[in-house]
Every structure is written in C-alpha cells, then in structure tokens.
Design a protein around this ligand. Structure first.
Ligand SMILES: Nc1ncnc2c1ncn2[C@@H]1O[C@H](COP(=O)(O)OP(=O)(O)OP(=O)(O)O)[C@@H](O)[C@H]1O
Ligand SMILES: O=c1ccn([C@@H]2O[C@H](COP(=O)(O)O)[C@@H](O)[C@H]2O)c(=O)[nH]1
Length: 292
C-alpha cells in the first residue's frame, strides 16, 4: 500500500524529468480503485484507503502516446447528449456523409474493460456503476485512437462528460473543437430507448441508467453551458426520428464544410507570393480589394 510519501516522491520524480514533456495531473477520484501511470509505462493501481488522499498525482509522457505533426490542421467535433439521446446513431450517419472518423469514448472504454488488468477491471467496475473514469485515461485513449486512424477529422462521441474531462483534454490534446453538437432529448424518451436497445450492454439496466442520468445532469450539463457561452454549441432536437434529427445535423456539417473551404482558399491565396505582391502593389495605390 502506498503512502502520502510515495505521492510526494512521484511529484519529485516528475519534476526532475523534462517538465515540457511531463504532464502532471491531479485527479479527483470517483472509485475505490485508483491508479498511476508512470513515465516509463509502468502501471500501478491501488485500493483507496484513509492513508491515500483523494487527489492523486498521475504523470505520463507525451512520448508514451505520441502527438500530431506540428502545423497539421486537425478538425474535431464533440458530440454530447444524455445516455440514449442518439449520439452513436447520428455519428454513424455523419461518417457516411462527411468523412469523419468516429471515436466513441464509451466504445474505447468498453474495449479497455475487456483487458485482464487492474486498469481494465477498474474501467469495467466504474462503467457498471455508471460513473466516469479518470480523465487522463480517456483523453489518452482518444489521442491514441486519433493518431492510429491517420485521419484529420474526428467526431468525438460522448466526451467531454465533465469539466475535469474538458480541462484534461485542453492540457493534453489542446485542439479546440470546431463545434460541439448537443443532442437534446427528454429523460423519458432516452430511458425508453436505452431499455429497448438490446445490445447486451452491461450498463443498460434501470439502476445504472438512473445513475448515468444523474451524472449527465450534474456533470455534463455544465459542459454544455460552457460551450453555449463560447458560441461553439449547436443544439438539435433529439426527440425527432433519427432521419429527421440527421436533417438538422446535416445542415450544421454543411455549414462547417463551407467555412472550412473558405478558410483554406484564403490561406492558399495568402501563401501565393504573386498574390501577396499584387496585394501590396494595389494597397500602395489605395485599391486593396483589386485582387480579391
Ligand atoms: N432519433 C431516434 N429516435 C428513436 N430511436 C433512436 C433515435 N436515435 C437513436 N435511437 C435508438 O435509441 C437507442 C440509443 O441510441 P444511441 O445508441 O445512438 O444513443 P447514444 O446517445 O449513443 O447512447 P449512449 O450514450 O448510451 O451510448 C438505439 O437503440 C437507437 O437505435
Ligand atoms: O468520457 C467518458 C465516456 C464514457 N465513460 C463511461 O462509459 C460509460 C458509457 O458511455 P457511453 O458514451 O454511454 O457509451 C459511461 O456511463 C461512463 O461510465 C466515461 O467514464 N468517460
């Protein structure tokens, strides 16, 4: 069993490494099991006791997972909504029409839960209880999946689930989402859909569903409000039929594509030396718009 001393020495060890490549995070733990993922890939997990504080230092290096090549344009869209609101259904339709890679945070964790390790067990237990896994773990799984896909456009389904997730994402991946799609649906309709889903999910039972609704209400809605304030949120009415919801979703993605095309034609023009010379020349004679 590790002591407070162990955690101070972890911090000291992290600080003695190249600080630029070391992430040090303080996790608010939500389960009995806590884990550390050390810079050399060693994974430890411990059962929480009175001796171990609720805040645990977790550190791991960027090299462990990798990063995107500098300067590469990456497009990220978060898709959030309550359990059963239709996130996965809409993501599959978006992928067919708009060429995104669909990364379901829940599916990545379900894969992790299959592994016969302490971390796998921890994930399985948390999901069974309808609780959230530590932020660093899910962000790291997302980054790994993004890098493995080779794509540059990602739909991140079911993330961020709370403010801590959002902040961990900002620190570790740090690519601002282009927009955040929020599928809004009543609790009664979501509950009906989940209990009829029949996909053999361990957490599709009434007790876990109720807990997932609480987490959504208490932790995810503040994230929705955050993105509403920043102007990134696009809300659609999830109570309609899946095809009708997709009509609204499609309009949002068509607009996103249009904006992206405009930005890339402006940047192509700006990187053209002849165009830059002409702009400068015309600017001198007060005809700045001449080359547009
Ligand atoms: N607009 C809709 N109208 C009716 N049923 C729908 C609609 N969208 C999805 N469904 C059905 O509801 C169930 C839940 O949908 P889905 O799995 O896409 O939700 P989700 O938000 O991804 O759920 P979770 O967060 O639990 O993974 C599925 O059985 C799906 O076929
Ligand atoms: O960012 C996340 C996403 C999911 N979880 C856990 O997974 C289950 C199922 O997620 P779905 O998106 O409904 O498939 C969720 O209840 C959490 O336990 C998570 O912890 N963090």
């Amino acid at each position: 069993m590790r002591s407070r001393y162990h955690h101070s020495s972890l911090l000291a060890a992290a600080l003695s490494h190249n600080i630029k490549h070391t992430f040090i995070h303080y996790l608010c733990l939500q389960s009995d099991l806590i884990y550390t993922n050390s810079h050399n890939g060693e994974k430890n997990s411990h059962r929480r006791t009175e001796n171990i504080p609720n805040l645990l230092i977790v550190n791991w290096t960027q090299n462990e997972v990798g990063s995107f090549p500098p300067g590469k344009k990456i497009t990220i869209v978060f898709v959030i909504g309550g359990p059963g609101s239709g996130k996965g259904t809409q993501c599959s339709m978006i992928v067919k029409h708009f060429g995104f890679t669909h990364l379901s945070a829940g599916d990545l964790l379900r894969e992790e839960a299959k592994s016969d390790t302490e971390q796998g067990m921890m994930v399985k237990n948390l999901m069974h209880e309808g609780k959230l896994v530590p932020s660093e773990l899910i962000v790291k799984l997302l980054l790994k999946a993004m890098l493995q896909s080779g794509n540059d456009k990602f739909l991140v389904d079911g993330f961020p689930r709370n403010e801590e997730n959002r902040q961990a994402y900002d620190k570790i991946i740090g690519i601002e989402p282009e927009l955040v799609l929020f599928i809004d649906c009543s609790k009664e309709e979501m509950e009906r859909r989940i209990l009829n889903r029949n996909q053999g999910r361990d957490d599709d039972n009434i007790d876990t569903v109720r807990r997932r609704f609480e987490v959504f209400q208490e932790s995810t809605l503040p994230v929705v409000q955050h993105y509403e304030k920043t102007g990134k949120l696009r809300r659609v009415d999830g109570a309609k039929s899946a095809d009708a919801v997709f009509e609204d979703v499609k309009a949002i993605f068509v607009q996103l594509n249009t904006q992206a095309n405009q930005v890339s034609s402006v940047s192509r023009a700006q990187s053209n030396p002849f165009k830059r010379f002409l702009d400068l020349f015309c600017g001198c004679f007060g005809t700045q718009e001449a080359t547009n």
